[in-house]
Ligand binder design. Structure first.
Ligand SMILES: Nc1ncnc2c1ncn2[C@@H]1O[C@H](COP(=O)(O)O)[C@@H](O)[C@H]1OP(=O)(O)O
Ligand SMILES: [Mg+2]
Ligand SMILES: [Mg+2]
Ligand SMILES: [Mg+2]
Length: 358
């Protein structure tokens, strides 16, 4: 690999590949978002949506990983079930992946620029992401479009890639093409977040490798807190989260609601003060196991920015359990001092919900 401007001192080869793959995937998803038509959206068996953007981006990222780290395992969100039955969708994905390799020239080591991949290489790369995960060895996890619902609404989404070694997240990349580069209100859009275990976390514009180190304040006054939470009321219990806010003295109706791990990016750079993901099962919803690709990059970003990211009971997120965080329940992330206070309020609000007091 050629020289780079990465701010980290170890795993630079991995970071270089991950950043290039994610930037190319962002360019691909941006072009899809601009031109997406209804027939390019498919509903998966779990009723969630998937688009040509998700499938092509996972293939493109996997092709980079398969070339550079052929021994590593991959856990990706998507598979080829739909693609193998739909010729139109498949042709579009093949075109998008090959177009994607013409991009990202500004980055160091623009691997395989101009190369054309066959349909079977492109499909196999998606299916390379079907590993069961676990706590031994090197494992990459990909969420090619996190927040597909936000992507379809032309709002926030993120392209996410993380390296997990023996169950620990070592490297996390998270790019948000529609998020303000320096703050949520910034008119300039597009930001990439990078975290390396033990070394720190950074943000940069997607378009230029100017890295800025991030730090998350230990605590902020309650009056300044704006909880980072899902747009979808089916993904976290908004009612309980509002009660947590009331218990902490947070002003009402101030939440920053956005789809995807963009929420972790905002918190990591000091916005919002706390990320809440209280499962809807505490308000009568269905039980749900969080997926590793939805939290790997974001949780490392928070801890490397000086904050704490755990489940709602204060337990560390356990990425060694397979494709899901099956030993965890919900997520709470906040600054170092704030986190314990938020957990206390979570406990009380959930107890109230369970005894019908909410
Ligand atoms: N019932 C659920 N509870 C929590 N998260 C969910 C649930 N269903 C889907 N998700 C996942 O939450 C993530 C988005 O979170 P958020 O709403 O905070 O942006 C998506 O990856 C989405 O999966 P999917 O990709 O299948 O839509
Ligand atoms: Mg996701
Ligand atoms: Mg996704
Ligand atoms: Mg999805």
């Amino acid at each position: 690999m050629s020289s780079h401007k990465l701010p980290i001192s170890s795993m630079t080869g991995e970071a270089e590949v991950a950043v290039l793959a994610v930037i190319r995937a962002c360019q691909l998803t941006k072009s899809v978002q601009n031109t997406l038509t209804v027939d390019e959206k498919v509903t998966k068996p779990d009723k969630s949506p998937v688009t040509v953007g998700d499938l092509a981006a996972q293939s493109l990222i996997s092709l980079h990983l398969l070339d550079s780290f052929p021994e590593d395992k991959i856990v990706g969100e998507e598979d080829t079930t739909e693609l193998r039955q739909n010729n139109g969708l498949r042709a579009k994905v093949v075109d998008l992946v090959n177009e994607g390799f013409g991009k990202g020239r500004a980055e160091a080591g623009a691997w395989s620029e101009g190369k054309t991949f066959s349909e079977s290489e492109i499909l196999s790369a998606i299916d390379a992401g079907s590993d069961v995960g676990g706590g031994t060895g090197r494992l990459w996890t990909i969420d090619p479009i996190d927040g597909t619902l936000g992507f379809l609404r032309k709002e926030q989404y993120a392209v996410c890639l993380a390296l997990i070694v023996d169950g620990q997240v070592e490297l996390g990349v998270l790019a948000c093409p529609n998020l303000g580069t320096n703050s949520v209100d910034d008119e300039t859009k597009g930001v990439l977040f990078l975290a390396r275990k033990g070394e720190g976390s950074w943000s940069r514009p997607i378009e230029s490798p100017e890295y800025k180190q991030l730090s998350l304040p230990a605590s902020i006054p309650s009056s300044s807190i704006r909880f980072l939470e899902s747009v979808e009321s089916g993904h976290s219990a908004h009612g309980i989260q509002a009660r947590i806010g009331a218990l902490l003295g947070v002003p009402e109706n101030t939440s920053l609601r956005m789809d995807s791990q963009a929420k972790y990016g905002c918190l990591g750079r000091g916005e919002g003060g706390a990320y809440l993901r209280i499962p809807t099962k505490y308000m009568g919803g269905k039980a749900y196991e969080e997926k590793i690709w939805d939290h790997a990059s974001g949780s490392l970003l928070i801890s490397e920015s000086g904050g704490i990211c755990t489940d709602m009971h204060g337990e560390p997120l356990d990425f060694s359990q397979g494709r899901t965080l099956k030993s965890n329940d919900g997520v709470v992330a906040a600054g170092r001092d704030m986190h314990a206070k938020v957990l206390e309020a979570v406990k009380q609000a959930v107890a109230e919900a369970q005894t019908g007091k909410l």
